[in-house]
Design a protein around this ligand. Structure first.
Ligand SMILES: [Zn+2]
Length: 167
């Protein structure tokens, strides 16, 4: 975690805690714990799970590119955003495409995370008070993160073609 207590990925400022995070996402332990709460809500509700779960995971991962986050993980998740926002593929249909992509890709490009950050974070999703609001906030946040990666859209679309191509 940075000295100022902000998440190095999304910039979320949270009170320091004794939480630990030893994964490879470029995030603070506090941000990761909010993500965990959101995932719990999605696993606990069929509607939320179907509508936005994949979008939540892909958006969170892409917003936390950088640092130790491996190119393969960033690549897979940013293609997930492309499939959702460019190709209009529904959340539950994205994971199988990403598996195809992973099986067809040996070398992953490195995507440098944008310097500019979007204002929305996982905290906004966690703070939603209704299911509809949760869905709406994930979609808005996801669109913002995808737009913020405009510099890489061409390269990501080329990778996405691999996920969509026939056998
Ligand atoms: Zn974060």
């Amino acid at each position: 975690m940075n000295d100022d207590g902000r998440c190095p990925g999304c910039g979320l400022a949270m009170p320091a805690s004794t939480k630990l995070y030893d994964g490879y996402f470029h995030c603070s332990p506090e941000c990761w714990s909010v993500f965990g709460e959101v995932l719990e809500a999605e696993f606990g509700n069929v509607l939320l799970f179907r509508k936005v779960h994949q979008l939540t995971v892909d958006t969170y991962a892409v917003q936390h590119a950088g640092g130790p986050h491996p190119d393969k993980s960033v690549g897979v998740h940013v293609v997930g955003l492309c499939l959702a926002h460019v190709h209009g593929i529904a959340s539950p249909d994205i994971a199988p495409r990403l598996q195809v992509l992973a099986s067809r890709t040996k070398e992953w490009p490195h995507f440098e995370a944008p310097v500019e950050r979007v204002a929305t974070t996982i905290f906004d999703v966690a703070a939603a008070s209704t299911l509809d609001e949760h869905v709406e906030r994930v979609r808005t946040w996801s669109r913002e993160v995808w737009s913020n990666w405009a510099l890489h859209h061409g390269a990501v679309r080329a990778l996405a073609a691999r996920a969509l191509g026939g056998r």
